[in-house]
Design a protein around this ligand. Sequence first.
Ligand code: URA
Length: 196
Amino acid sequence: MDTATKSVELAKIAAEIAVCRNCKLCEKRSKTVPGIGSPSAEILFIGEGPGKSEDLQGEPFVGAAGKFLNEMLASIGLSRADIFIANVVKCRPPENRDPEPIEVETCWPFLARQIAIIQPKLIATLGRHSMNRFLPGLKISAAHGQPKRRKDGQVFLPLYHPAAALYSPSQRIVHLADFAKIPAILKKLESQSTNF
Ligand code: URA
């Protein structure tokens, strides 16, 4: 699929999300947050769900955690225009509670279609909820920063959620060190290496 077609297909999904009433998260949302970025991104970041700023603006990671995410991207020479960012659920869970399993399941087809269109070389999960949607049973404290190829061939990089570092400078170093691995992982994937 060429980039223009991917863009059209992603816009169709965003339009469906905008009118979605499939779970109760629709009741309290201001805006839906379908995801944003390059339709042909090599790397797809997946967070958990929109927070307050995201709900108001309709874009993922525009609050404090998003600022740190931008910093980490810049540290490896990437900007938001190079990547795609989406969330496991597209509407804000009230009071920033964890999304309920039924909400994650109900929203899943949107994310599955986004992944199928973008076909990223690498999916970087942000936080344990996003990681466990794809790699159930892993512990983020052990899995972060280590690329993992699933049986279906998709490669994942579990990362801590950027919000976890907001009040802990020592954690920022860990986050930045995990991000620093991304260029080499992408390079390895370009050479079709299978040893993840
Ligand atoms: N946290 C997330 O997981 N996603 C966002 O979009 C913002 C904060």
